[in-house]
Design a binder for this molecule. Structure first.
Ligand SMILES: Cc1ncc(COP(=O)(O)O)c(C=O)c1O
Length: 383
């Protein structure tokens, strides 16, 4: 379907074409100089010493858990209101996910008090997700975990460039995991980045990214290493110079595009507040968001399918972020959650609707979505 107003769009121009062309001309396609530069510039954005480019955000999450030695017998506290990859990574390393609730219908981030209640001697890590680019309360998380040896992994897939208390998201935890998937604020088609201030995590992630080898083809090409040993059971989570060339151009556009997303969000919120039956979360949020998603809550959950259909009929794409993970068959069977244990997650899961938001969106398109939404919600009230 050719959407008039898609859920997400990409800001690509001649700069991206040229960057890819240069890589093709160079004939060095796997990781090399461009990837190294991308890693350095991304580390500077997050203000951490280390950044490792990988093939996806999912790979970054998997490598973070593996590098932190989390495995069978260990529990990892996770939210259920996130993309399934955040929790699949826990299963990859053989650890057990422990689902906890989000804070409220206004703040979809993991609830620090619920984390405190879920801690056991087996807890080895907490994965926090900066939903939609909005910061989790990292100070509250630090307070809950104080004095314990529990790792924090930030799923910052939605949050490149977002900040809290003067620091970038992705710099608070033992590792920050970013995604450059095709619908993200900065994209390389597929791709991801792991950020860390820990030298041990950095070294291990670099090795695990490429088969557990002690040197890369690029190192050998440059004469930095002549052979290699295999010291860990690693993976192929490498990226390519084509992807990272795109990443460098996208990185330079990130700040301007975030400002545009912020202005569009403000315009949306002003109009959405006036629509009966619609509640707008994250209006008073911590720090500076990356404004990746525009979530709303429908007061009456039974109208959601009708509203989505009505907007789709006018060429407006909408979505849901997210169907709670503990409802998926795989998770229901393996890690059943008793009914009523995650009330806020369940409520948001049934009421949430995501509206289009992208840096190239026009003000008029925002107005069109809001008008269509107002009309779609109104007649179906009381369904
Ligand atoms: C919250 C979240 N975590 C992890 C991922 C996984 O990233 P990727 O698709 O790059 O593997 C995504 C997005 O796709 C995401 O939205």
């Amino acid at each position: 379907m050719a959407w008039q107003i898609p859920l997400a769009d990409i800001d690509f121009g001649p700069e991206e074409h040229q960057a890819v062309q240069e890589v093709l001309t160079s004939k060095w396609l796997s990781m090399g100089q461009v990837t190294e530069t991308f890693e350095q510039q991304f580390a500077a954005l997050i203000d951490v010493p280390y950044a490792v480019a990988v093939s996806s955000g999912t790979a970054a999450l998997h490598l973070a858990l593996a590098a932190l030695d989390i495995g069978p017998g260990d529990e990892v506290i996770v939210p259920s209101l996130t993309f399934v990859a955040s929790v699949n990574a826990v299963l990859y390393v053989g650890a057990t996910p422990v689902f906890v609730d989000i804070t409220s219908p206004d703040d979809f981030s993991i609830d620090p008090a619920a984390i405190a209640r879920a801690l056991t001697p087996a807890t080895k890590a907490v994965i926090v997700v900066h939903y939609g680019g909005y910061a989790v309360d990292m100070a509250a998380i630090a307070t809950v975990l104080a004095g314990r040896s529990i790792a924090v992994i930030e799923d910052a897939a939605h949050a490149p460039g977002a900040r809290l208390d003067g620091r970038a998201l992705g710099s608070f935890g033992d590792a920050g995991c970013f995604s450059f998937f095709a619908n993200k604020n900065m994209t390389t088609g597929e791709g991801g980045m792991l950020t860390t201030a820990r030298h041990d995590v950095y070294q291990r992630v670099r090795r695990l990214r490429s088969h557990g080898m002690t040197s890369l083809t690029w190192d050998r090409h440059r004469g930095h290493a002549s052979g290699y040993d295999v010291v860990d059971l690693g993976f192929n989570y490498r990226t390519t110079e084509i992807n990272t060339a795109l990443g460098l151009v996208q990185l330079h556009k990130l700040a301007d595009n975030a400002q545009r997303r912020q202005r569009l969000t403000a315009r949306y919120q002003q109009q959405l507040r006036a629509i009966p039956g619609v509640t707008v979360p994250f209006q008073a949020h911590r720090g500076t968001s990356a404004y990746h998603l525009l979530p709303i809550l429908l007061d009456n959950p039974t109208v959601r399918a009708h509203v989505m259909q009505s907007l789709a009929g006018q060429g407006i794409q909408t979505s849901m972020h997210y169907p709670p993970i503990h409802h998926f068959s795989l998770y229901r069977q393996r890690y059943p959650v008793p009914p009523g244990r995650l009330p806020q997650t369940e409520a948001v899961g049934t009421r949430e609707l995501t509206l289009p938001l992208y840096a190239t969106m026009t003000d008029t398109q925002v107005d069109t979505v809001c008008a269509a939404l107002a009309a779609a919600v109104q007649p179906s009230e009381g369904l």
